[in-house]
Design a binder for this molecule. Structure first.
Ligand code: SF4
Ligand code: SF4
Length: 306
């Protein structure tokens, strides 16, 4: 069988890909203690996205507002006049910035940070090997997240091959928005899947994520047929995904594929708006809050295995 780049499935090769973060000792991204690698770029545009720094590929930087001491060093340092104070906060004009990194190097409080990085498969696998002691004793491993990891299919494939060669448990956190052949390529190197089903109605899905969910639902059927562990996850967005109709609809759809599969609800993350300010962007609704315990439990009752 030939892979995405035409090499045989067994061959592995070192390759670079774009990442925006690595989370160590993660306990909510699959079983055990895991290392989560966040790949940059996503073809969806969910209005509530909790990782806006991972949405687009390419270079970028942000200002961590709570760390900034308003010293003005970055503004005076920038050779492109891309930085200024706006409403008392440092603002970046990304059309002027050439990512020379001077502001990042000079910032005394490490508030100015690049949020893109090229990483290679060998470096990431070596990192996981060093953390394997923790993952082995807890049944953990690596989780590849994003952004949308399927958006860098060749890098993802090589990364997973490399991790499997090193004996590491592999998991992917994905929206499943990609041609099925991408999933066919990577599935042999994955031990488990965390899959998002956000909205069941196709038109509503298009409205809030920018894409149809047809390929997503079709890919879910394909993945369920592989017989590997799958956990379905639904992010709870008040008034959008967190409705009785949507949640019961998702439960019925999952039941029609495999009634034994569990669905986990992810409570709304009310800190997401902060990241948008770091990027000089506006969040779609700053007033939204996480569901209190009773309300959350009621929503969970709509998706329980019966
Ligand atoms: S990276 Fe360079 S060009 Fe961009 S804002 Fe910082 S100093 Fe200016
Ligand atoms: S150099 Fe750093 S701390 Fe100073 S104003 Fe710029 S971002 Fe803030």
């Amino acid at each position: 069988m030939r892979s995405l780049r035409g090499q045989s499935m067994e061959e592995t090769r070192e390759m670079k890909g774009e990442i925006f973060d690595i989370k160590h000792f993660a306990v909510h991204d699959g079983p055990g203690i895991r290392t989560t690698i966040f790949l940059k770029g996503c073809p969806l545009h969910c209005v509530w996205c909790h990782n806006p720094e991972g949405m687009k590929r390419g270079r970028d930087l942000w200002v961590k507002r709570e760390a900034c001491i308003h010293c003005g060093t970055c503004v005076h340092t920038c050779p492109k006049q891309a930085l200024s104070f706006r409403d008392g906060e440092v603002s970046v004009d990304r059309s002027l910035c050439d990512f020379c990194n001077l502001c990042v190097e000079k910032c005394p409080s490490r508030a100015m940070r690049r949020i893109d990085r090229m990483a290679d498969t060998k470096e990431l696998t070596e990192l996981l090997k060093r953390e394997q002691l923790f993952s082995d004793v807890t049944g953990g491993g690596v989780t590849i997240s994003g952004g949308e990891p399927l958006y860098q299919p060749e890098f993802l494939l090589e990364l997973l091959k490399s991790m499997k060669e090193a004996g590491i448990d592999t998991c992917i956190e994905t929206s499943m928005f990609a041609p099925q052949r991408v999933l066919e390529e990577i599935a042999p190197y994955l031990d488990r899947f965390l899959v998002d089903i956000k909205i069941l109605d196709e038109e509503t899905h298009k409205k809030y994520t920018g894409v149809s969910n047809r390929q997503i639902l079709s890919n879910f059927r394909y993945l369920a047929g592989l017989g590997k562990p799958i956990l379905v996850r639904v992010p709870l967005i008040p008034g959008i995904t967190a409705t009785e109709e949507n949640l019961r609809g998702i439960r019925s759809f999952v039941d029609s594929v495999d009634p034994k599969l569990q669905i986990e609800l992810l409570n709304f993350n009310s800190f997401a708006g902060t990241k948008y300010r770091f990027l000089d962007k506006t969040y779609f609704d700053e007033e939204l809050r996480a569901f209190p315990k009773e309300e959350f439990e009621r929503l969970c009752s709509y998706v329980e295995v019966r």
